[in-house]
Write a protein that binds this ligand. Structure first.
Ligand code: FAD
Length: 287
């Protein structure tokens, strides 16, 4: 199928983006890397009257480290994030996740902001952002606001973004002493969207876990922070009964929101989540 007719505008400033949004109302869509949007247009899942191309706004791209804060601009290509030495050093969870985001050709064009705004339930970067307790910067005609990742994802391809807003980027806290990350996912072929995955981040010091966040993806409509699984780890040592407690907490945390896809039922996904939880907890020990 071919896309329906639409107008195209390449914006040269954010002000121009907001003006275009105002003129076209809800009929305009941002075009970033186009890796998800163009497919949606061709399948007529989206029929916007106008595409606002933001690729002429270089200020939206790049990784900036300032003190303990790491900012990833919305227009930063997946490839740049994957190859960034700053990301490898300060955000090892994202560094581990990047090779799993689609295939190299898609990573060359796809953007950080596109992944976050599109909010595919099986995508890697939304889950990493939840596990790292990131904050997203969002701008509209009336100014800028910030939303924590765990409040940003609302449902299937649904986010807190409002009509006429642009995602500017994400802000993360750089890796702190004693903290480790583990990223695991299961796919039929490398580069596919995950059947099930987990982004894990937390402290393992003096043989005990603290402040561990396990964010699962591919299990339901959006990334889910397994809160009681984190509580089951708090202050505990790595041991079979700790792992068993975490796995049973994962079931409780994910059960209500779990749903199947074309190939795997909800029960299979929950089983895989428990398996991944066990592996992630082990990986966080660094052993
Ligand atoms: C075959 C294939 C396999 C893939 N596999 C994976 C995978 O395994 N994991 C994964 O995470 N992704 C995967 N993707 C998607 C890929 O990562 C895309 O790059 C990403 O989802 C969208 O990024 P984009 O820059 O291309 O966004 P676009 O396609 O340009 O836009 C996507 C949506 O986000 C909106 N948008 C984009 N940027 C902004 C912004 N700054 N502010 C507000 N709204 C914005 C657009 O309006 C649109 O609705 C795959 C894609 C393909 C084609």
């Amino acid at each position: 199928m071919k896309a329906g007719a639409f107008a195209y505008a390449r914006a040269s400033s954010l002000a121009e983006v907001f003006d275009l949004f105002e003129r076209y109302g809800g009929e305009a869509k941002i075009l970033a890397g186009g890796q998800s949007l163009i497919a949606a247009l061709n399948m007529r899942l989206a029929t916007p009257a106008l595409l606002i191309d933001i690729n002429g706004l270089p200020d939206l791209a790049g990784v900036v480290v300032s003190g303990e804060s790491v900012r990833i601009g919305a227009l930063t290509r997946h490839r740049s994030v994957e190859r960034s030495a700053e990301i490898a050093r300060h955000l090892p969870l994202i560094h581990q996740a990047m090779p799993h985001v689609a295939h190299a050709a898609i990573r060359n064009r796809g953007t950080f902001g596109g992944s976050i705004a599109y909010a595919d339930p099986a995508a890697e970067l939304p889950a990493c952002s939840v596990a790292l307790d990131a904050t997203f910067r969002i701008a509209g005609k009336s100014g800028e606001r910030r939303v924590r990742a765990r409040q940003f994802f609302k449902g299937l391809y649904e986010t807190d973004m409002r009509a006429g807003e642009v995602l500017l980027g994400g802000e993360f806290r750089a890796l702190q002493p004693g903290y480790r990350s583990a990223f695991l996912e299961l796919t039929r072929r490398h580069g596919d969207y995950a059947i099930a995955g987990v982004a894990a981040h937390g402290k393992f010091k003096g043989g005990r876990f603290a402040d561990v966040r396990l964010a699962f993806f591919g299990i339901g409509a959006m990334p889910v922070l397994a809160v009681s699984a984190g509580e089951a780890l708090e202050g505990n040592r790595y041991a079979p009964d700790t792992v068993a407690a975490v796995q049973s907490a994962v079931s409780a945390d994910l059960q209500a929101g779990a749903s199947g896809d074309l190939y795997h039922g909800a029960a299979t996904k929950l089983h895989l989540a428990r398996v991944l939880a066990g592996r992630a907890v082990h990986a966080l020990t660094g052993a």
